[in-house]
Design a protein around this ligand. Structure first.
Ligand code: MLT
Length: 266
């Protein structure tokens, strides 16, 4: 891991390989190790950058609220600090996808392509948004155990619990690696995020959507509707996976990512 001072905060990131930059943006409330199997396998084929977002893993923390816009600006700033000026493939999972919408709105000239994993374009309902604000308060008062207990059963598919219990343990470790203040700030930021549905027809870069057969949080049907609304997009549905296919079925995910990167090269 290297550390980079970006927008007043230290961001930690894995930086491996050469060639087309592939920026791997983790979901909530996780960290860069979500992408372990990708930076191990894909770094022979491209330049993999896997940061811990502001407030997560070993990166610095901002208290209060951290918006998706701020996270997108952090990632653009990280690329600047690393000296990466050529267009990148932005690969975001779930909250990483919410950040991808803002990256498209604010920094689209920096994109060679988008990979959207297990994410949604719709904003939260008022109830869901209020729940996220309560979650933020609860994490600050009680720590990470309640959010880990509530989320883990919904993140992985049943088949992952049976076949790969150690991967579920890795998810639990990731959640507990985080500072409650960072998790609370991102929860508030997600609660107030903008709806991106109207943006989909404008997304002009090549786009790959990755859905999970058993994802309860970003169901394949919703991902398929997004793929149909984005002009230059296609969808891959990963078998035996819930919301975290990069860990649950890395072989299929890596094949999909590498095939997409292959199509982008001249
Ligand atoms: C994630 O994986 O980033 C979360 O499921 C996002 C969310 O809570 O909407």
């Amino acid at each position: 891991m290297n550390n980079y001072l970006v927008n007043g905060v230290e961001l930690a990131a894995v930086d491996r390989g050469m060639g087309l930059p592939l920026l791997l943006v983790h979901g909530f409330p996780l960290n860069h190790t979500l992408w372990q199997a990708q930076f191990e396998d894909c770094a022979d084929h491209c330049h993999v950058i896997a940061p811990d977002l502001r407030g997560f893993g070993t990166s610095g923390v901002s208290e209060g609220e951290v918006s998706m816009e701020q996270m997108a600006d952090d990632l653009a700033g990280l690329l600047d600090t690393m000296g990466i000026q050529e267009p990148v493939v932005f690969c975001g999972l779930s909250m990483g996808g919410y950040i991808a919408w803002e990256f498209w709105r604010r920094h689209r000239s920096r994109l060679a392509g988008l990979i959207l994993c297990h994410t949604r374009a719709a904003a939260d309902s008022p109830e869901a948004s209020a729940n996220r604000l309560l979650t933020a308060d609860r994490v600050l008062a009680e720590g990470l155990a309640p959010i880990a207990d509530a989320m883990i059963p919904r993140l992985a598919a049943e088949v992952t619990f049976t076949r790969y219990p150690e991967r579920v343990e890795t998810v639990r470790r990731m959640i507990f690696s985080n500072d409650p203040r960072g998790v609370a700030a991102a929860s508030r930021g997600m609660a107030r995020r903008a709806d991106a549905t109207a943006l989909l027809p404008e997304i002009a870069c090549p786009t790959l959507l990755i859905a999970g057969q058993y994802d309860q949080l970003a169901p394949p049907s919703e991902m398929r509707a997004m793929a149909e609304a984005i002009p230059n997009a296609r969808l891959v549905e990963i078998r035996d996976a819930g919301h975290l296919s990069p860990m649950e079925n890395p072989a299929e995910v890596n094949a999909a990512i590498l095939s997409f990167l292959g199509e982008l090269r001249p």
